[in-house]
Every structure is written in C-alpha cells, then in structure tokens.
Design a protein. Sequence first.
Length: 368
Amino acid sequence: MKQHPTVLCCILLAGTVAAPLCASAADLRTENVVYVMLDGFRHQELFSGAEEPLIQGEGGNLELARMRFWRATPEARREALMPFFWKVVAKEGQVFGDQDHGSIAQVANPHKFSYPGYSETLCGVADPGVDSNKKIHNKNLNVLEWLHGQKPYAGRVAAFGAWDLFPYILNQPRSGMVVNAGYTPFTEGKVTPTIATINRLKDEMTRYWKGEPFDALPYETAMEYLKTRKPRVLFLSLGETDEWAHDNRYDLYLESARLADGYIETLWNTLQSMSKYRGKTTLMLSTDHGRGLGPDGWQGHGRDLPNSENVWMAFMGPDTPALGVRADTGRVTAGQMAATLAAFLGKDYLSAVPEAAPPVAGVIAGKN
C-alpha cells in the first residue's frame, strides 16, 4: 500500500476495448455493488498460487507456508491459496489479468503505488499530479462520491479501509459520505455493540503498522454496517497483503491473501442470505498496483520496478456472463473500474467525468 522509502529507488470480451457508456437501469438486475480491493496483491499469486523461488527462499515461516500452499500445479496452488475465488468467482463471473493467456490488466498512472492507484481506480482518471502518499485531499471526483450525490444513493454509499489515507483519497469532507479507515473509531449513526467492541479493539490492539490495523477490523466494521445499514454501494480495501510484502514476509503475505479470500466468501454468502441483496448484487474485486519480481524485487513496487503496473480484476453478479478467466483480450486498465461500477447501476459516469476511462466491455450481458 504505502511506498516505503526503500521502494522509492471489474471485465471484457476477447478483443474488445470499451463498452457503451451504460445500460438502462431497467435492463439490469444489479441494484447494489460491493467492491473489495486487496492492496498490492500480485497477479502471479492470484493466477498461479505460491511462487517457487519465493516460497523456497527466505521470508518468514516458509516451511509452514509450503505445507499450506504448495501444490504440484499452478491450478492446485491457486485454489489452495484462494479457494472461494477459484471455485466460485472464476466460475460464475469473469477474471482479467492472466498474462499467460493473453489478458493484460494494468494501472495507467506512472507512479505504481497506492494513492495514485486507488485514485485512478475510483476516480477513473490516471492523474499524473496525484504523485505521493501524502495526506492531501484528492481534487478528483470519485465514482462513490458521484453516486452519493444522487438521490437514489444519497446516504447509501459507504467506504471502509485498513489504510488511514482513504478519507483523503475519497475526499470525505467534500463528499460527506461515510468513510472509515485506519484506527479511527466508527461513530456514524447508532453505535451497535459489535461496533463498540471493534472501536475498543482499535484502541487496545498493538499498532504493528502506523496508520493501518490488521484487516479484521475494517472488514468486521464493514460487515456490521452492511447488516445494519444496508447500503446500495459498499467499498472495502484490505491492506495486509501489501504490508507483509513490504516486510518481506512471504508466508504472511500468502496467509493474508487466504484470509482475504475467506472474508470475501463470508461477505458474499451474507449478501446471498439477505433478500435486499440476493440476486441483485454485483461483486467487484481488484488491486491498486502490482509488485516487483523475484526474491529481490517482490517486496516493492513503484515507477522503477518492472511488473508494478500489472494488476487483475474480477466481476461476479446477475448481469455478468459466466465466462471465467478471460484469454486473448484487449488491454484493460484500473481506471475503467469507476465507470464500470456506475454502469452496473445503469449510470453514465462519463457524463460527469468525460476524461474518465470507459466501462470495460462485456461485463454486462448484451452490452459489447
């Protein structure tokens, strides 16, 4: 997520580039969107599981990691690492970024670290002026804020994240929407007993990383908000994959990816158990940047580290054809996620931000 000092040195049909701006809301079954991002989680592990040079090297308790995540084939390894993703999402939805099969997903911003990556993804614009991880309020409009400003979604859009920069990335003072991140207690509306417990844990737990708790806290906050407030659009960013990578803990990088997969499974099953969401909700998944290569490069990311631009994205829901892992496709970029999210709700984000990247083609059935 953060660009450490030592690091400074959602889907389309094959061959397509851009979709029509949006489908009519009357033609869509999607009424709600849940978008989860895994910070700095590489496409290599997503599509091939644990990487042999890394799991055989140094970087934590790799003996245990090999027992848990090493298998004979890439297909078996990736399923051991992220079983819900591969047993459900990849079969019932669409996945992009498998470079071994001609699918390229990348960030378009030149910086290749978190603030620029999240800004590009959520605003739809790879603004070269967004070039640091400083706590500066983003001047760019983001799709969550834009939806929040419209009558059907006012007060029904919420964002939760591990990293404490999300109120700045999403410009919470300007947008006025719910944004809770880092160790900040959640005090929006009625504080339920569950939220009170989470708030207490934020204060009592060891702060291993500055400004970022373990993923369980933002995840459980988001889940409680989902159950009690029932938003139309919910955004959640999980940060441990990036933090453990920066710490050269390949074992815990893998473990946190496995935990994230379990979180997403529970989230999806919860959505399917609620009449408001069952059969009416699209799930979007992606990351904010890639990482370097090999034992000496995987820990970092940035302008000067090759592969940092390569990402992945996935979509599953009632309007997305179950085409699985896409192959031989045109290049898609992280910036297309903003307009794609809006398009699932029958909204044309480019009407507000004409310079934004267009929706990804083929995500919505019947829309090329």
